[in-house]
Write a protein that binds this ligand. Structure first.
Ligand code: PLP
Length: 387
């Protein structure tokens, strides 16, 4: 740190210079992010409450109110008015919390968790932190977890099974109803990672799109991760962990030594927490309402169908799987996906490879015009590489 502080002008100059290299949602050229441009009002509100600490309910009691309201709204959307939970920093923390509770609630000495191969790497982090063995289960032809294989891997050490509702790579929704049966028969904790799909699937279903049930409608679902900062159009950081009921987390937590009389247990990983993000999330959900989400999801569906209809006709392009949600993965057969991505990035497209395929996530900051331009550039790049 330097001795004499810089002026505001000097600071702004440095920052503006640096952020120039970033992609922006406003340009419509970010094509592989699970996040989108936050709702305008939620951004305004975020900037107004930066000093508020969700981790200190004694000084900021309103924070608790906003957190509870968001949990209630998301719980209701995911078929459970009695859900309990927390606003956390994102899907990673939500998934870690779910596994923390599953392991703590069991008395198994060498706990094991079964999850699909497609599970987000936050479960590897959870396994490393909490000391459970994470067993990854293979997939079926639709890239969903192979439930028969999962069944075979159950042991007396299994404390939880995990399903994904909107996998990070392809947006695949596992057969959660079958996992629900498995959990029910074996009295297991079932966690559903709907970090991306949680705010999309309920509205896709309304449109008649066939997606498996994935939420608390299924009686053995113990917890669900849903991230407002992904398809909930709120500023980062905003994740949410929902538990089936408050009894599930009653014994869990760490006593806070300060307070105003009553004892209270903190049940989140983080201590000090940004309440600005929670109030902004509350505002986004209230401001958009179900109708706002419906409209956005309908738009994403149209974009996805349009993109798929066009890309299908491209020479040497192969879809990895027919998309269930608004995520499309494709390969450029024999033309080196990493080279194609490099060339697309040189043309100003914000996209990355996911493993060995190109992943496009169709969210409302992308226009049909953006897609047309992208398809045009992709076609030219592929043509050039074939020569
Ligand atoms: C299915 C899924 N779960 C969890 C996460 C982790 O979320 P975050 O990056 O907000 O921690 C992601 C991130 O992409 C995800 O796709």
């Amino acid at each position: 740190m330097q001795e004499k502080g810089l002026t505001e002008t000097e600071i702004m100059e440095i920052i503006s210079g640096k952020v120039k290299s970033d992609f922006t949602y406003d340009s419509g050229r970010i094509l592989s992010s699970m996040c989108s441009k936050p709702d305008r009002l939620s951004m305004k509100i975020y900037s107004m409450f930066l000093e508020k600490n969700l981790g200190d309910p004694f000084l900021f009691p309103s924070c608790k109110f906003f957190e509870e309201e968001v949990v209630n709204m998301l719980g209701e959307l995911l078929s459970n008015k009695k859900a309990a939970g927390f606003i956390v920093s994102g899907g990673t923390e939500a998934n870690i919390l779910s596994m923390w509770v599953a392991v703590k609630n069991s008395s198994v000495k060498k706990p094991e968790v079964l999850a699909p191969e497609t599970v987000h790497f936050s479960f590897d982090k959870a396994s490393s932190l909490l000391g459970f063995r994470l067993i990854k289960i293979g997939l079926n032809d639709e890239f969903q977890v192979n439930v028969n294989e999962m069944k075979k891997r159950l042991t007396s050490n299994t404390v939880a099974i995990v399903g994904v509702a909107g996998s990070s790579g392809l947006g695949v929704v596992d057969s959660i109803p079958e996992l629900n049966e498995l959990a029910e028969e074996n009295h297991l904790y079932l966690h559903v990672d709907a970090a991306f799909g949680g705010l999309i699937i309920p509205f896709l279903k309304e449109e008649g799109v066939e997606v498996p049930d994935f939420d608390f409608k299924l009686s053995s679902v113990s917890s669900i991760t849903v991230d407002p900062h992904k398809a909930g159009f709120t500023p980062i950081p905003s994740g949410c962990i929902l538990f089936k009921n408050k009894e599930l987390i009653e014994d869990f937590g760490f006593e806070v030594k300060y307070g105003i009389g009553e004892t209270y247990k903190q049940k989140t990983l983080l201590g000090t927490r940004p309440c600005a993000a929670t109030i902004a999330t509350w505002a986004a959900l209230k401001h958009l309402g179900k109708n706002g989400f419906r409209e956005r999801v309908k738009y994403c569906l149209k974009l996805t169908n349009y993109f798929v209809s066009k890309i299908k006709n491209f020479d040497r392009v192969k879809l990895v799987v027919a998309p269930q949600l608004n995520i499309v993965g494709f390969k450029t057969v024999g033309l080196g996906e990493s080279l194609v991505v490099k060339k697309l990035r040189e043309k100003g497209w914000g996209l990355t490879l996911y493993k060995d395929f190109i992943r496009i996530i169709l969210l409302p900051h992308i226009s049909f015009q953006n897609l047309e331009e992208f398809l045009h550039d992709l076609k030219n790049i592929l043509r050039g590489l074939r020569k």
